[in-house]
Structure formats: structure tokens, C-alpha cells
Design a protein around this ligand. Sequence first.
Ligand code: SF4
Length: 340
Amino acid sequence: MQSQAPMVYIITYGCKVNYYESEAVASNLSAMGIANEMVSDGAISHLQSAAAFVINSCAVTSMAEKKSRYGVSKIKRYHPQAKIVTMGCAFGRKTPEMVALEVANTLTDDSVVKSHADGVIVNHKREKAFIKVQDGCKNFCTFCIIPYLRNKIEYRPVDEVVAEIRAQGSHVTSVVLCGINLCYYPDFGALCRAVDECGIAWEISSLEPPMMTPELIATLKDCRHFVPHFHICLQSGCDAVLRDMNRHYTTVEYASIIQKLRAAFPNATFGTDLIVGFPTETDAAFATTLTFLQQLKLDKIHLFPYSPRVGTKAATLPLIQNSIVTERIKKIKQTLHLSD
Ligand code: SF4
């Protein structure tokens, strides 16, 4: 969309938490009377009247980080006069590549969260609104950079989350509760019950297996508006690799959770994330993972080729050849009939 009034454009990379935080920035700008619009990086070259850009970046893989840098370079090329403000995980990392981009203004997490402290309610534009309820992780999975970038554990009180959901217009038809690691929410069951009372369809974004206790499953079963789509991060189907990743569950425990959920929610759908080519994933470990996936019969699997993140424990380990990783991804797709 083109506009003649000076505009702040907000570009978001990465996860649902980032999308939420971008909406928080947009709501803050609107409250200050500043015109703003959320756009994709594909729109940069033909936008008009760009006074400033906010780039909300992602660092989860090296590719995500590269995309965030590319967004800044593209803005500098097409809008040399525009101010650029960065936020999110990639720019929090201050790698030489990020520093070389010479972006002067970086929003800290605190300045984003301030929207709640100031009483500005986040106005969601999507029909399915992402509602951030938690931030931070200290699990230090050996492949993950996030605990180095977002290790302040925070959660939003139940009342605040409920107030935000109730304040949305009728265009919002469902909400998704999201966080960096929802395991850290102190009483997630109480939050679920309160959200269900809002009377709107709701679901939960990524879940960690240790969260899925019989108590939480029973609570969810009692919720009338809960949409039973479960995205429970697996990462590997081999116990030895899970240990090397510092994941705190076994494949037997994971399978048992899926079984309990299927018994409680016969129409549930299941998704997961899987890292392929973690440094200690031998041929035998990969074969074990593939067999495990065949048994689980999940509906959706997000496959991520292992991406070493400098500063993490796993980044010190020797890499598996790219060609082997590509071959393994192909094999999973073929065996499980997954589309690209
Ligand atoms: S649980 Fe593991 S993968 Fe998830 S954010 Fe924390 S360290 Fe990263």
C-alpha cells in the first residue's frame, strides 16, 4: 500500500513472539499519533514516504540472521534518507556483520515491553492474534543461541493477558498464546482456564514436552474454546542426540505424551520441529529418528538443517557434511511424504 503521509514501516522476521512485539511497537506508535504499517521486506523497494523503518530481527539460524541484515541493506539502498531502528535477537547479538551495518538505534526489550507498563493495549490486526505471555529461556539447549539473547525470564500476569484479549475488535476471531519457552509460565493451567473464559477460540504455539503433564492435559480437556492443535518440539528422535542437545525428555516420554493427547483429543493435530544433521547425529541416530517419526505419525514436521550458532556449546563440535544433511532431509520428506 502506498501513502503520502510520513510513515514508519515495521518489518518482522522470525517467530510469533517477534510478530507480537512488532504489533506492540505499532500500537505504541499509533498511540503517539505516528502513522505506521507492518510490511514484508519484499515491499521495501516500492514503498513511498518512508520516514523510518523498524526491523525486528531473528537470530535462530544463520539464514534468519542473514535475512535480517539483508533487510537493512535493502532499506539503505532504496530509502537512504530513512531512519532505521532495529530490535530483536539478531541485532542484540552485535556480531561483526551486524555492527558493520552501522545502524544507530536499537530498541531494547525493555522499551518494547513498556507498552504494557504504559497501559497501551496492543491492537492486533490479524484475525488470528499472537498474544505473548512469556519471555526468556535458560534451558541452554546446546544448539540454541536464544538463552544468550533472551535470558531474562518474564511472564505477563493472567489479568493483563485476559484484558488484552477482551480488548480486541471483532475482526480477531482466535488467539494463539506464545512465548520463548512457556515452561517458565508459573501456573500455565490457570492462564489457560482464564483465557478460555474469554469465549474466543484459542490455541497454544510451541510447547516443550516437559510441560505436557497429566494435569495440564486435563485442564485443556475442560476448556471449551481450546483448539487442539499441538506443536510439541521434538528436535531429534534419538535419545543419545537429545542428551547431547541438553533436551530434558526421552523419545519414550515424548511418544507417551502424544498418546495421552490423542486419547484426550481424538481430533487433535500435531506438529513438531526437528533439527537434521546435529553434529552427533550419526547414520544410526538418524535411522532411529526416522523410525521414530514413522511411528509417531505427526501431521506436520518443520525440518531445520542444523545451523551452528557461534557461542553455543554445539558450535564447537565438528559439522556433518552439507551433502549428508541434504540427503537426510530428502529421505525424511520421501519416507513421510512431506511436501516442501
Ligand atoms: S528450550 Fe532450547 S530451543 Fe527453546 S529457546 Fe530454550 S534453549 Fe532454545
